[in-house]
Design a protein around this ligand. Structure first.
Ligand code: FAD
Length: 637
């Protein structure tokens, strides 16, 4: 028989980014025995990479800021498809979560008066991002880890064991959730099954409550800013447990990722490069962004290079350069230039600071970009242009949750989700800075409610032996097919389908084609093999991740085909505008026992009266249907 290491916990948190750590802290504070599982090294999550800051309406820099202004900005950013209750809770609770971090030992940058400083960011009406230089995510992770260590020290004092109530399982991947089906008509979480990456040994954590905090899905795309472990595991675990995903058609493509060399394709090139004067040119040397200013933005953006250039020194009397349009606009423009055959040799466009700033200024203002290009691409950005193109960056869609508790929808009980893996909060597009605050607000809530759920259970759900055996068989299957399909080839093929057919600009025919290709891939993934044994074997690990990527990609492709409009992170060439009827609709994805993906329509929850009246009619008329506007008029008298 196969050896399985068994553990018992009250709450198991899958993921050690900001959402997971904050959830774990809350569960432990509620007295629960808590496990934190992390696929990569502890501390190495996307959260650590975030630079800009965490958005919270503290009003420290501009006292007119408050939760209502933040709520409005978030709804606008998401083009009114956000779950309003999540946006409300987020705007109201973010300041408290930031202050609380300082009680854990964080130290944010300060204003002259000694308050937490806040910076401006796209889509935020007032300076709102609490930050620590350009490494806010690092401070966030560092502080949450420090808090965990201090709780472990308390436990050592009380129980003689650091890990008595909170333990971290690093480099451990969860492959399956285990459910208790003994009560008719319902399923309860009973545990999580996975393997240690180093040894390949199996681990089973029995627990009545599981919090998914596994982050994003970017690795299903050829070009992405996401690192290797972002294969949509939490999304797929939720689906297989009977929960559902919403809004999976909405992905954020950042306009500037590296495109060369192939090994670093997708790595982020910070927006500050353009903020500091970087210009975008095509292969003909043309500054093409002037051709892509949409009508709604025309009044704020320069129409000549001369005016755009003057803006950097005299912003009051000139309009902004079109390189500084919102991310989705710039990403679409670059995509069009490349498709029209005017791309750079490596399939991007040129982003140049060398002709506009001295070498000394560049290395002073953009030191990390200078090193990134020098070391990874052997390109000296003080002497020549960078090649850049859109990169898959963030998924707005995710596990459908109850806004107050983070509990997942559907028949399964005891399953919670928070952070990027959850959906609803950001609607069709996320504002920068709203992710770090999202992690704190909803991480805390999920931890709290997972603990309360575990407390209230009359009896512990039981893991069934046959389910464990099935999880073992699934995990070992690729190793028993040494000559099966190569997992790396399959991943590349999947990335090609998603990048080419379900990418930044979408069309009906291509989306329909993608679904056919995904079906073919599904058959091949069922036959995936991995060479070698169980000890540290990345090919085997990828073979196991593939079924997750595939399930999630199918949800994205299906929803993208269904939604016949363009909104936020979903652009249909054949339906180029927003349609108010579609704003009423969430696309909900689920899978059945046989693994087939289903899509359903569900109404977007209706905003409460006192929230909708925070907006003026002129703005609402861009988003709402005629019926909704009539209702609004009646409300506002
Ligand atoms: P993550 O921090 O992504 O952590 C996920 C965790 O889950 C990891 O520990 C991972 O190992 C674990 N995991 C995954 N699958 C499994 C599994 N099967 N078993 C066990 N563990 C698993 N947002 C901002 O607000 N501002 C910014 O400036 C910003 N900059 C960014 C820059 C980059 C380069 C990137 C990639 C993202 C950026 N974002 C930014 C987005 C933001 O960082 C992420 O959305 C956010 O950190 C996600 O946090 P999380 O806690 O949900 O998950």
């Amino acid at each position: 028989t196969t050896r399985i290491e068994r553990h018992h916990y009250d709450v198991v948190v899958i993921g050690a980014g900001g959402a997971g750590l904050r959830a774990a802290i809350e569960a432990r504070l509620a007295g629960k025995k808590t496990a934190i599982i992390s696929k990569s090294l502890f501390g190495k999550a996307h959260t650590v990479m975030a630079e800009g800051g965490a958005a919270a309406a503290m009003g420290n820099v501009n006292s007119r800021d408050n939760w209502m202004v933040h709520f409005r900005d978030t709804m606008r950013g998401g083009k009114f498809l956000n779950n309003f209750r999540m946006a409300e809770l987020h705007a109201k609770e973010a300041p408290e979560r930031i202050w609380e971090l300082e009680t854990y030992g964080a130290l944010f940058d300060r204003t002259k008066e000694g308050k937490i400083s806040q910076r401006n960011f796209g889509g935020h009406e007032y300076p709102r991002l609490a930050h620590v230089g350009d490494r806010t995510g690092l401070e966030l992770i560092r502080t949450l880890q420090q808090k965990i260590v201090s709780l472990q020290q308390e436990d050592k004092a009380e129980f003689g064991n650091y890990e008595a109530r909170i333990k971290v399982f690093a480099e451990t991947t969860i492959t399956d959730l285990l459910l208790d089906h003994s009560a008719p008509g319902s399923a309860k979480v009973a545990g999580a099954f996975g393997y240690y990456r180093e040894t390949g040994e199996f681990i089973l954590l029995e627990a009545p409550a599981v919090v998914l905090a596994t982050g994003g899905v970017g690795r299903s795309y050829k070009v992405t800013s996401n690192s290797w472990e972002y294969t949509g595991d939490g999304h797929a675990l939720a689906l297989r447990a009977g929960a559902s995903l919403i809004n999976m058609e909405f992905l954020q493509f950042h306009p500037t990722g590296m495109v060369w060399p192939p090994s670093v394709k997708g790595i982020l090139v910070t927006e500050s490069v353009r903020g500091d004067g970087g210009v975008l040119r095509n292969s003909e040397g043309k500054r093409f962004m002037f051709d892509y200013v949409p009508d709604v933005f025309r009044r704020q953006y320069a129409d000549t290079e001369e005016e755009a250039d003057r803006w950097y020194t005299d912003p009051d009397n000139n309009r902004r350069p079109p390189e500084l349009l919102p991310r989705d606009e710039v990403a679409r423009a670059i995509n069009s230039e490349v498709k029209a055959g005017r791309g750079s040799p490596a399939g991007g466009v040129f982003l140049d600071v060398s002709t506009r700033m001295s070498a000394e200024t560049i290395t002073r203002r953009l030191p990390s970009m200078y090193h990134q290009f020098k070391e990874l691409a052997d390109v000296d950005i003080t002497k020549g242009p960078m090649e850049v193109g859109p990169t898959c960056h963030y998924v707005m869609g995710g596990v459908e949750v109850d806004p107050d508790t983070g509990s997942t929808s559907g028949p399964v009980e005891g399953l919670f989700a928070a952070g990027e893996v959850s959906g609803g909060m950001h609607g069709s597009n996320r504002l920068g800075g709203n992710s770090l605050s999202d992690l704190l607000v909803f991480g805390k809530r999920a931890g709290e409610h997972a603990a309360a759920y575990a407390d209230a259970l009359p009896r512990r759900p039981k893991v069934s032996t046959s389910d464990v055996e099935a999880a073992v068989d699934t995990a070992l299957a690729p190793l028993q097919r040494q000559s099966g399909e190569n997992p790396y080839t399959l991943q590349q093929d999947l990335q090609t389908v998603m990048g080419d057919l379900v990418g930044i600009i979408r069309r009906e025919g291509e989306l329909a084609d993608s679904l056919k290709r995904l079906q073919e891939l599904k058959q091949r993934v069922a036959n995936v093999g991995a060479v070698g044994g169980r000890a540290y074997n990345p090919g085997w690990h990828l073979a196991l991740d593939l079924r997750n990527m595939l399930a999630v990609s199918e949800c994205t492709a299906k929803a993208a085909l269904e939604r016949e409009e363009s909104r936020g992170g979903h652009t249909r060439e054949d339906f180029p505008s927003m349609n108010p009827q579609w704003r009423l609709v969430n696309l909900v994805c689920s899978i059945d026992e046989g693994g087939d993906v289903h899509l359903d329509r569900k109404p977007v929850p209706k905003m409460r009266d006192e929230l909708i009246t925070l907006f003026d009619r002129a703005e609402l008329s861009k988003y709402l249907t005629e019926d909704e506007l009539t209702e609004f008029d009646a409300l506002s008298g």
